[in-house]
Design a protein around this ligand. Structure first.
Ligand SMILES: Cc1cc2nc3c(=O)[nH]c(=O)nc-3n(C[C@H](O)[C@H](O)[C@H](O)COP(=O)(O)OP(=O)(O)OC[C@H]3O[C@@H](n4cnc5c(N)ncnc54)[C@H](O)[C@@H]3O)c2cc1C
Length: 407
């Protein structure tokens, strides 16, 4: 037996689930294939890492009808404080200058998953094929045929459009032999929740250090969430430190802006690399989220970029569906790729430059970047441009990114 879909999404992580939510109700038959049970603690996309959501992402989640469920779990960011450890440069951004309620929000990936997935399996347009994983696929003129393994059995499915949302190690990308540019940073992100002596007051700190950037993001219950980028060769030692020694080490790197650091939750480590697929569309295929581009977590851009892929693809699918057109047509896919290219390249370039430039100890570079930070702090027009980039508001915005529902 073969099931037929208009859209088959491989990967029910943050980006794949966001797409299913966005296009639900447009009259398209949607399948979501996910390797892990959605309610499992092992589901890798919805772990304990915290995600900084930009103001633009909040608008998209609002347009999708998901924000109301998440807002109670999301801590607003009112200010961003950027500094270079041990040097004179700093810059500050705030929500008052940008006339928005918050520059962004911080929520755990787990809370985001719960908000995205709630009642999704009850939607008549959506089938959750889970746990199931992609075994093979073949593309023909009118459809993509996919073999899935589900409960030890092979299930055959056909779809007009196959969307790869299966993360950085995308199996779809691999099966189609789509090449990608890859560069390891030699850095690993260590994350943990930190309790501090002084309240964070909605300030997100981005501090550049000689081993890589370090962020302390405001969280619920007065805690801050640490994203500490360490050199790969330091990670085993840092992860093995007991709580007191870890907090002491962190205190010397972060300083005393939040007073003494008093408690540290469980630590997790994520090796970092930049990966950009060389093709984001092929006939009847689209790559979105980390499957298309995995960026350094400095300034928290990865999911925000992925959900902007979703907002554009969903916008184009809404029009095609209203005209009863072909959701897998190359015309639609090329328009998707053209619309997204600039933002994707800009974010990859900005995060890559920041991760490398600020880890470089050479004196002329150090001077130049500190002057640049001060220049940014004292030039309102430039600050506004930078704030809008981080808020995800640059370029032509699809309906969801303006908070307008598609359904
Ligand atoms: C330490 C760290 C901090 C970060 N902080 C931020 C931040 O503050 N802000 C931000 O915007 N981003 C942040 N990111 C980036 C963000 O986490 C990712 O961009 C985002 O998770 C990508 O989501 P995705 O759905 O594309 O991929 P994933 O989260 O990798 O999801 C892929 C899904 O596909 C499933 N899957 C994989 N293969 C198959 C298969 N063959 N068959 C079926 N299913 C499959 C997986 O089980 C998974 O559920 C951070 C990343 C790290 C590492």
């Amino acid at each position: 037996m073969t099931d037929d879909y208009d859209i088959l999404i491989i990967g029910g992580g943050m980006v794949g689930a966001s797409l299913a939510r966005s296009i639900n109700g447009l009259g398209l038959k949607i399948g979501v294939v996910e390797a892990w049970p959605f309610n499992s603690d092992l589901q890798p996309s919805y772990d304990d890492r915290v995600i900084a959501l930009s103001w633009g992402t909040r608008l998209i989640l609002q347009g999708m009808g998901v924000w109301e469920r998440l807002s109670g779990e999301a801590e607003p960011i009112s200010d961003i404080h950027i500094s270079d450890r041990g040097h004179f440069g700093f810059a500050r951004l705030n929500n008052r200058d940008e006339a928005v309620e918050a520059l962004g929000y911080v929520a755990t990936a787990r809370a985001l998953g719960q908000a995205l997935l709630k009642d999704l399996e009850q939607e008549p347009d959506v089938d959750l094929l889970c746990p199931a994983s992609l075994k093979s696929l073949s593309v023909s003129d009118d459809f993509v045929e996919v073999n899935l393994e589900e409960a030890g059995e092979v299930r055959r499915v056909r779809t007009a459009l196959l969307v790869a949302a299966d993360g950085g190690d995308s199996a779809v990308r691999g099966r189609l032999a789509i090449s990608s540019k890859e560069q390891a940073y030699g850095q690993t992100a260590i994350i943990a929740n930190i309790t501090t002596e002084r309240p964070h007051q909605g300030v997100a700190y981005e501090r550049f250090t000689d081993s890589g950037p370090l962020a302390m993001l405001p969280m619920t219950e007065g805690r801050s969430s640490l994203v500490w980028t360490a050199k790969d060769e330091q990670v085993t030692e840092v992860m093995a430190l007991d709580e007191t020694a870890f907090l002491e080490r962190l205190q010397t790197r972060f300083g005393y802006r939040l007073g003494h650091l008093t408690k540290c939750g469980k630590r997790f480590a994520y090796p970092l690399k930049l990966r950009q697929a060389n093709e984001h569309v092929r006939p009847r295929i689209a790559l979105i989220g980390n499957a298309a581009h995995t960026v350094h977590p400095v300034t928290g851009q990865g999911f925000n970029l992925g959900i902007r892929d979703v907002a554009v693809l969903a916008d184009l699918l809404a029009d095609v569906s209203a005209e009863q057109g072909d959701p897998g047509s190359m015309d639609l896919l090329q328009r998707y790729a053209d619309w997204r290219r600039r933002d994707q390249n800009a974010v990859a370039m900005i995060t890559d430059t920041l991760a490398r430039l600020f880890a470089n100890p050479l004196t002329p570079l150090r001077l130049a970047r500190n002057v640049a930070l001060l220049g940014l702090d004292s030039t309102p027009g430039l600050k506004h441009l930078v704030a809008r980039q981080f808020m995800g508001l640059n370029g032509r915005l699809p309906r969801l990114a303006r908070g307008i529902p598609l359904v």
